[in-house]
Design a protein around this ligand. Structure first.
Ligand code: NI
Length: 257
């Protein structure tokens, strides 16, 4: 059974056909999905979805794009929301210097504040880092963000960075880009990360794996990601799935019933 550790079924692109999307995931053997918030309303919706469907979990937080919306009231709402039993981590939080939709200083402040929130809650963090590797690493180190462990979502750094992240307590999550023709250095990451630190994800509705690139992504397609990584490592698909699902249950603190 596969675990999609990072999806946004709370995105408006799923508003019309969510039950069918969930059904296709189950048919593909994807029985668990972590839905990731990107602002307060989407975090509320992630919890609502997690309550509606079995095997669905919520991660709550404000994305660097929306960092400017993280005021005192928003932080308070996240803190209250975190008390729901479906909430397994704080995220996605971090830095995005590719789009720069919030000023960088505002992004850094929101990132630090939410790391503090996660530590108060004793929950792991889900990190977004795009074109901001050195500032991300600096904040993760300074804030000891890996105290309750965490996930570097859609990892895009070097092997050296992956090594440092794992040293700080983080797991490395890979998604659709590992299947792209221009994956290059990501292929080495997929081969080198120890099996007990590796996670798979879709980032639905974004980053559809090959051969669906450019189309709306959905959790069922985490299977293509698993197949590609198993092939790169030369191990049976079943072993890759078992390891990544176990890792996901562990990092998100989910007790199997
Ligand atoms: Ni995401």
């Amino acid at each position: 059974m596969l675990f999609d550790t990072h999806a946004h079924l709370n995105d408006e692109k799923f508003a019309e056909d969510l039950p069918q999307v969930v059904e296709r995931a189950v048919q593909a053997g994807v029985t668990r999905v972590a839905n990731i918030g990107f602002d307060v309303p989407s975090s509320v919706l992630a919890v609502k979805i997690a309550k509606q469907y079995p095997g669905m979990y919520a991660v709550i937080g404000v994305h660097p794009h929306d960092a400017k919306t993280l005021n005192k009231e928003a932080l308070f709402k996240l803190e209250i929301l975190a008390r729901e039993p479906q909430v397994v981590a704080v995220g996605e939080i971090g830095l995005d210097y590719y789009y720069d939709l919030s000023p960088r200083e505002v992004q850094k402040k929101a990132f630090r504040e939410q790391i503090h929130l996660a530590k108060e809650l004793k929950k792991p963090v889900v990190i977004h880092d795009r074109d901001a590797h050195s500032d991300t690493m600096e904040i993760l180190k300074e804030e000891k963000a890996g105290e309750y462990r965490g996930i570097i979502h859609c990892f895009s750094g070097s092997w050296e960075m992956a090594r440092q992240c794992m040293f700080l307590g983080f797991y490395i999550a890979l998604g659709g880009p590992v299947t792209f023709a221009n994956a290059n250095k990501l292929l080495d990451i997929a081969r080198l990360v120890p099996l007990d630190r590796l996670l798979i994800e879709t980032d639905s509705p974004y980053l559809s794996p090959h051969p669906f690139r450019g189309k709306r992504n959905e959790p069922a397609r985490v299977r293509q990601v698993a197949e590609k990584i198993a092939e790169l490592r030369g191990i049976p698909l079943g072993d890759l799935i078992a390891a990544t699902t176990n890792n996901a249950l562990e990092i998100y603190g989910i007790k199997e019933n």
